[in-house]
Ligand binder design. Structure first.
Ligand code: BT5
Length: 261
């Protein structure tokens, strides 16, 4: 029977922090990202630091209209609002920032190393354990909604994702307290964001790179109708994935879907 007993909202609200946060917990919502965007359309709009945490989502969103399976009582479904001082071409860096914060938090709960897969996936033992969805909200005062989904205590997944998805419980055999994980996640997110605000993009890229096994591998990147095969060699300082083809030509991509081989 799913329950949200392991979510302790007052412990989260009382976390020591320099950041002004406003926590909202919803037993159920369509999507925590959509919840923030609805609030952004209202007057006055919410301030930077709003965090929406849900126990379940009925219409969890992935990228490009895809779905994030969000069973009740088992996962972390969380979105936060920031108002970064970045140019539009720098915004993809926020997905990397959120992924880095998530991988560090998740790795506190497993001895196996969770890996980042550019641009927004976290893989544990080759299966997807978490994903990031950053959405730009350009109206009024520009804002970015950072949405993070983590599979925590799930022991099963629907047929369409059961071969590719995993959870911390499935990998470690242990039930994980979601409040403890969320604390780590928000602490890391705050830290990575404050580092970024000090213009440490280079440090972010370096740290992101130390949590991936992608580089040096042959990959195929799909971007709308384009499909490119080559070796992934690095991220550039906008967080774009640089791929080198057989003729030694390098191309940087700001988005796309990566497949090994
Ligand atoms: C993502 O998209 O990985 C972004 C997921 C972000 C989810 C969070 S939850 C809180 C916030 N509110 C939201 O509404 N969304 C965010 P993408 O890279 O497009 O991957 C989606 C694909 O991952 C799907 O098409 C499935 O193949 C697979 N998938 C769906 N649910 C999954 C799950 N729970 N675990 C692992 N894989 C899943």
């Amino acid at each position: 029977m799913p329950n949200s007993r392991d979510i302790d909202l007052s412990a989260l609200q009382n976390m020591p922090s320099k950041t002004k946060r406003q926590w909202r917990f919803l037993a159920e919502t369509d999507s925590t990202n959509a919840e923030i965007s609805r609030r952004l359309a209202k007057h006055p709009p919410p301030e930077e630091g709003l965090i929406i945490l849900a126990d379940s989502q009925t219409d969890g969103k992935g990228r490009l209209g895809r779905t994030w399976h969000s069973a009740p009582g088992t996962g972390v479904y969380i979105s936060t609002l920031i108002r970064p001082n970045l140019t539009p071409e720098q915004l993809p860096i926020l997905t990397l920032m959120a992924g880095l914060a998530t991988v560090i938090a998740v790795n506190e709960f497993t001895t196996n190393h969770t890996q980042l897969k550019w641009p927004n996936d976290l893989l544990l033992n080759g299966k997807k354990i978490a994903g990031v969805l950053c959405e730009y909200y350009p109206k009024n005062i520009p804002a970015v909604i950072i949405g993070i989904g983590i599979n925590v205590n799930q022991t099963q997944f629907p047929a369409d994702i059961k071969e590719i998805a995993t959870s911390l419980k499935l990998e470690t055999g242990e039930e994980i307290n979601r409040t403890a994980l969320i604390k780590q996640l928000i602490t890391q997110l705050d830290f990575q964001y404050s580092e970024l605000k000090k213009h440490k993009v280079g440090t972010l890229i370096k740290n992101w790179t130390s949590h991936t096994d992608l580089f040096g591998k042959t990959i195929t990147l799909k971007k709308s109708i384009q499909s490119i095969t080559g070796k992934a060699i690095r991220l550039d300082n906008l967080g774009r994935l640089v791929i080198v083809n057989e003729s030694g030509e390098e191309t940087a991509f700001d988005s796309g879907e990566v497949r090994l081989g």
